[in-house]
Design a protein around this ligand. Structure first.
Ligand SMILES: Cc1cc2nc3c(=O)[nH]c(=O)nc-3n(C[C@H](O)[C@H](O)[C@H](O)COP(=O)(O)OP(=O)(O)OC[C@H]3O[C@@H](n4cnc5c(N)ncnc54)[C@H](O)[C@@H]3O)c2cc1C
Length: 438
């Protein structure tokens, strides 16, 4: 089978859906080729353990302008998460507990010191390379920057866990500039940044927003259609799918996550810069799991040691005789989302008396269409790769949260990138048309 359209969008996550909507609303024909049997990519609402759970991206905030504008457009509100009363944390080889504010107090000054150059180095979050001085710190890791603060052991360990949570990965090679970028997007206020990351959920789930965008496009959506090859030719592009079918278009928008980009063959090959960035990948290689425990627990947060398979837990849903927790760990391969006993062993070190009943989640790092969780970049990515990833090659454009300027790593970044890429594609298609007419 071979069919033609104006633009092919590979991937029906937030970047792909947004780009498709923008282009169809300008009157262009768009075909979306999506490998999975569902839309929304690294966001995924599933009924598990008796409730609709967000297995991927979840939280949004009004300081994230693109996602907020979409929610306003479709009349979708937010649901506030629980206000925490209590905290547990692991430091100096032992468990500590106290009021929730205590944990924030311990890392407040250290975080302010860590991020004090935010507004100087990244004054404009959506133009992260405006100040060339940012390149001078792009090879420094968050871990090294934290250690250089010479904090007492409790603050050092807690701050390292906090940033390992933010990166959903190990922080030894995690870019310090990525921390600055997050903080810059929150106007230099780390507490606002933290609130933006994990407080307000989308009413009806992230899928409600994805479906609203899909309903607003006339794009032709093909699910269960994995792309294997993208070839540029004189007429535009030809895309070949796993079943051998070909689809032709004037241009293609590829929204594959950075870590999955190498699964598609490009002819001609993508630039060396893009290939190098894709083969290094990004640091968000951790786990997100949902855990049902016995009894109605307090509203608590818990920070484990940085290298525990689960190093952050918060209580999220409270029923009569069970509580559902959401938890994260830095290494997706270290967490078996079906292993109740392993989860019990970690949790009881942190929260005395806790009894795990069930655990569930999705292995995003083991998922061939993601190979990662949320995009958090390694040292050097900002200065060496970001602009290159955003640079189209002929009629091939990349879009996605991994390539966003502002809240890269978030749903907001995916929408930002979908919008900007759709604009560039429309301009290129017009330019090609004008040249053909000469
Ligand atoms: C566990 C987890 C927690 C997160 N938490 C948050 C959060 O709280 N708040 C927040 O804002 N963000 C969060 N994120 C990040 C957010 O979900 C992502 O940044 C965003 O959804 C990415 O959108 P995207 O369109 O750029 O990429 P994706 O959603 O990954 O979309 C890419 C699409 O391409 C498809 N695809 C891949 N390969 C092929 C192929 N060969 N052929 C065809 N299709 C293909 C994929 O199936 C996918 O649908 C989280 C992510 C994860 C995984």
């Amino acid at each position: 089978m071979s069919t033609t359209t104006d633009v092919i969008v590979i991937g029906a996550g937030f970047a792909g859906l947004t780009a498709a909507r923008e282009l169809t609303q300008q009157g262009r024909t768009v075909r979306i080729l999506e490998a999975r049997d569902r839309i929304a990519g690294r966001t995924w609402v599933e009924n598990r353990m008796g409730r609709n759970l967000e297995l991927g991206g979840t939280w949004v905030h009004w300081v994230q302008p693109h996602v907020w504008a979409e929610m306003t457009r479709y009349g979708i509100g937010v649901i506030a998460g629980p206000e925490f009363e209590k905290a547990y944390w692991w430091a100096d080889g032992q468990r500590h507990e106290g009021p929730a504010e205590r944990v924030l107090e311990i890392i407040d000054e250290p975080n302010k010191r860590l991020l004090e150059q935010t507004r100087e180095l990244i004054p404009l979050p959506y133009q992260p390379l405006t100040n060339p001085a940012v390149k001078g710190v792009d090879h420094e890791s968050v871990a090294a920057r934290i250690d250089a603060l010479q904090l007492d052991e409790e603050a050092r360990q807690l701050l390292r866990t906090f940033w390992s949570l933010n990166f959903n990965g190990k922080i030894e090679d995690a870019a310090f500039t990525q921390a600055l970028r997050w903080c810059s997007a929150a106007s230099g206020d780390w507490m606002l940044m933290f609130e933006a990351c994990a407080t307000y959920k989308v009413q009806g789930g992230t899928v409600a927003l994805a479906e609203a965008i899909l309903a607003d496009t006339t794009a032709d959506l093909h699910l269960n259609t994995a792309v294997r090859r993208v070839e540029q030719n004189n007429d535009g592009v030809t895309v070949t799918t796993a079943d051998g079918a070909t689809h032709s278009a004037k241009a293609v928008i590829v929204t594959l996550p950075l870590n999955a980009l190498g699964t598609v063959e490009f002819s001609p090959a993508l630039s060396e810069g893009k290939q190098a960035a894709a083969s290094r990948g990004q640091a968000g290689l951790g786990a997100k799991v949902w855990i049902k425990v016995k009894g109605k627990w307090d509203r608590f947060v818990a920070f484990g040691a940085e290298d525990w398979p689960i190093n952050f837990v918060q209580s999220e849903y409270f029923d009569e005789d069970t509580t559902t927790l959401v938890a994260f760990g830095p290494d997706g391969n270290a967490v078996d989302v079906e292993d109740r006993d392993a989860t019990q062993a970690v949790l009881e070190k942190l929260v005395p008396g806790i009894e795990v009943l069930e655990i569930t989640g999705h292995s995003w790092v083991g998922d061939e269409y993601a190979k990662s969780t949320w995009p958090m970049h390694y040292t050097g990515y900002l200065s060496e790769s970001l602009e290159e990833m955003q640079r189209p090659e002929g009629n091939v454009f990349l879009a996605g949260s991994d390539y966003a300027n502002g809240w890269g790593g978030f749903i907001d970044g995916a929408i930002e990138s979908g919008l900007t890429t759709a604009r560039s594609v429309a301009a290129k298609v017009e330019q090609n048309k004008a040249q053909a007419a000469i």
